[in-house]
Design a protein around this ligand. Sequence first.
Ligand SMILES: *[C@@H]1O[C@H](CO)[C@@H](O)[C@H](O)[C@H]1NC(C)=O
Length: 297
Amino acid sequence: MGAPRRITKYVPPALLLAVLLGLCRMAAPQLACPIEEPEAPPPAPDNDPTALIAGGTPAVPCRYSYMASLAIEMFGLNHICGGTLVHESWILTAASCVDPQFTARDVSNPMALLNGLEWSKPETFRENIATVAEELQVHPSYKGDPDSGYNVALLKLEVPSNQTPVALIAPGEDLQADELVAMAGWGRSAGTGAFSATLLEATDIQLVDPDACTGFGVEDNTKVFCTGFGDKSSCKGDEGGPVLRRGENASEDVQVGVVTTQLINGVASCGLFGRPAKFTGLSHLIEWIGETVNGTT
Ligand SMILES: *[C@@H]1O[C@H](CO)[C@@H](O)[C@H](O)[C@H]1NC(C)=O
């Protein structure tokens, strides 16, 4: 495997933004999970039963403390994708979220909210921002196809996080055909509408037989997997977030995949019966992740 290409070395953010973020950080250092002040009970889930994160329910605050929301400034701070802390200084996400070659958004200065908190509380959000400024590494085999099996990228945080990174599946370890997994994200809870203000979780989602997945734009079903066929699914805004073997708590979770886009034949599809939700498996990517975060490339 060749050396990962460095897409770009980000220039420092605009001075004003840097000053503002600096002040925020001084005034309110990153909160650690568990947060001390009791949170208000999470709001009722969206009532669209077809939708995950469509089909999901609000996660307990801090349950997914390694979870990141990637956001960009665009007339305010806007969530674009999920991600996970896989090392104190690195966030794993989908390449389709952040690769400037293949996304129309301006992703030159992404920010990450850690702790899996609520978007409905912008102040909490700003206090938990870690700027993602130092480095972007896109997998060298990603060429713009979200379902190639290499739709992953790593973003280096400017300031290391105080959260515990999520554990990853062992290299080469297989997923079982009928395994139950979980997902979490701030994505839409239905095919249209706004992103969710609350981190939603969907548990006990069954993997689909890899052969049944092949017809949905998946070329290599040992690298890209499908879940469900409509009851619970990832949706727009969940890309980059984790697919998990879920334990009792964050320290027992094991990330086995990264949510990819929900495009099937070029059409966005989520929470639709007969349409699977796809994700990139991680077991063939562990070596690249290790080399990248340990700086051995
Ligand atoms: C997580 O759950 C396991 C199993 O129930 C338990 O042993 C461990 O203490 C828990 N860890 C935390 C941080 O709560």
